[in-house]
Design a protein around this ligand. Structure first.
Ligand code: GDP
Ligand code: CA
Length: 330
C-alpha cells in the first residue's frame, strides 16, 4: 500500500499521453489538480513528429498545447480554431508535397518558431517550454525525448509488390491505415534516451497515469524510448493506466486497427495484459476500465469507472477513480 488516498491526494502527477485523446484526458487531470493543489507534468509522444516543407511538426505536443491553451478547433478535432489555409493552398499550386497533409497558416507559425529554435540548437524540451509560454497550458509539457524517434509503419502500398516502411503520418493521414500492414518500427530508437527532465519528473512523481491514448502508436512509442520502462519501473509512484477501448471499441481513432496489426485482442483487458504488470517487467500497477469491461489480471489491479471524457469534470472523475485505485495497489 502507498500513501495516496482521498485524504492525501497526489502532489505531483505525471501523465503519459498521445495527442487528441491525451489532450482531452489532460483537461480532466488539470481540473483534478486545480481542485487538489497538484502539479501536472505530461510526457508526450513525439513518434508522430515529421519534417514537412522544411518545418518540424510535433502533432501530439501541439494538440495538447492548443487544447489546454484554449485555442484548438473543437469541431475539426485538431489544429487551431479560426484557422486559414492560404499558405497550404499556395504550396499546392506549386505542386510542393506532401499534398495529403494540411497545414494551417496559424499552425505554420508554431512550426516556424519551433524549427528556428531547433536549428539554433535548442532542445525540443526547451522549444516546447518556449511555445508554452504563449499558450499557458498550466500543465508542464515534456516531449518523451529530445532525440528523434519516429514511428514508421511496415505495409504494402497500392501497386507495390514488396512491403516498405513509411512514416506514421503517411500511413495514418494519407492511407487512413487502409493498406496491408504488418508492424511498427521506431526509427532512431537505438540512439534515443528520455531527457533529464523526463527522468526527474518520473522520479519526483507520486502518481503516474497513462492517458487512454492509443496504446500502440501513442503510449507504445513513449515506452519504446530506451530507458523509459526502467524509469517507470524504478519510480516510487504507482502507475495507473486508463483504457481507451470501451466495450471492445476505441472512442475515436484507429486503436483497434493498430492492436490488430500487433496481434493483441481488442479489449481493455488484453491491452493491460500487453502493457504488462510492473512487478513482471511491464509498466502497470493498476488499470481502469469502463463498467462491464472488468475482470482479473495477473499482478495488475483492475477497477471499473465511467470512462467517457464528455467534459473536463467527467474526466476529472476518472482521475479520482485512478487515485482511489492507486491507493489500493502495491
Ligand atoms: P492521437 O495521438 O491524436 O491519436 O490521440 P491519442 O492517442 O492520445 O488518443 C486516441 C485514443 O483516445 C483512442 O484510442 C480513443 O479510444 C481514446 N479516447 C478518445 N475519447 C475517449 C473517451 O472519451 N474515453 C476514453 N476512455 N478513451 C477515449
Ligand atoms: Ca498522435
Amino acid at each position: 500500500m502507498n500513501a495516496l488516498s482521498a485524504n492525501t491526494p497526489p502532489r505531483n502527477i505525471v501523465v503519459l499521453a498521445g495527442g487528441v485523446g491525451g489532450a482531452k484526458y489532460l483537461l480532466g487531470v488539470r481540473e483534478y489538480a486545480r481542485e487538489h493543489g497538484a502539479e501536472v507534468t505530461a510526457i508526450v509522444n513525439t513518434g508522430d513528429d515529421a519534417t514537412m516543407h522544411g518545418l518540424r511538426i510535433c502533432p501530439d505536443l501541439d494538440s495538447i498545447m492548443y487544447t489546454l491553451g484554449g485555442g484548438h478547433d473543437q469541431e475539426r478535432g485538431w489544429g487551431q480554431v479560426g484557422e486559414t489555409w492560404t499558405v497550404g493552398e499556395e504550396l499546392k499550386e506549386y505542386g510542393a508535397g506532401p499534398t495529403w497533409f494540411s497545414l494551417g497558416d496559424k499552425d505554420i507559425a508554431t512550426h516556424l518558431v519551433r524549427t528556428q529554435m531547433l536549428d539554433a540548437g535548442y532542445r525540443l524540451t526547451e522549444v516546447t517550454e518556449a511555445l508554452c509560454a504563449r499558450w499557458q497550458p498550466n500543465v508542464r509539457l515534456l516531449p518523451m525525448s529530445d532525440d528523434r524517434v519516429e514511428t514508421h509503419v511496415v505495409c504494402t502500398l497500392p501497386d507495390a509488390e514488396q512491403p516498405s516502411a513509411i512514416h506514421f503520418q503517411e500511413w495514418w493521414v494519407r492511407y487512413r491505415t487502409k493498406v496491408p500492414t504488418t508492424g511498427f518500427v521506431q526509427v532512431g530508437a537505438e540512439q534515443a534516451a528520455p531527457s533529464a527532465e523526463v527522468l526527474a519528473a518520473l522520479k519526483e512523481a507520486d502518481l503516474i497515469l497513462l492517458a487512454p491514448s492509443n496504446p500502440v502508436v501513442s503510449i507504445g512509442p513513449i515506452l519504446g524510448v530506451p530507458g523509459m520502462r526502467e524509469a517507470l519501473r524504478d519510480a516510487a509512484a504507482p502507475v495507473i493506466g486508463t483504457a481507451g477501448l470501451i466495450n471492445g471499441a476505441p472512442l475515436r481513432g484507429m486503436a483497434d486497427v493498430c492492436l490488430q496489426v500487433i496481434g493483441v485482442e481488442q479489449t481493455a483487458l488484453a491491452v493491460a495484459d500487453y502493457l504488462g504488470a510492473r512487478s513482471a517487467d511491464g509498466v502497470l500497477d493498476g488499470w481502469l476500465v469502463a463498467p462491464g469491461d472488468g475482470g482479473t489480471l495477473d499482478a495488475i489491479s483492475v477497477a471499473e469507472a465511467p470512462l467517457l471524457m464528455s467534459d473536463a469534470g467527467a474526466t476529472a472523475q476518472m482521475v479520482t477513480a485512478a487515485v482511489e485505485l492507486a491507493g489500493q495497489v502495491r
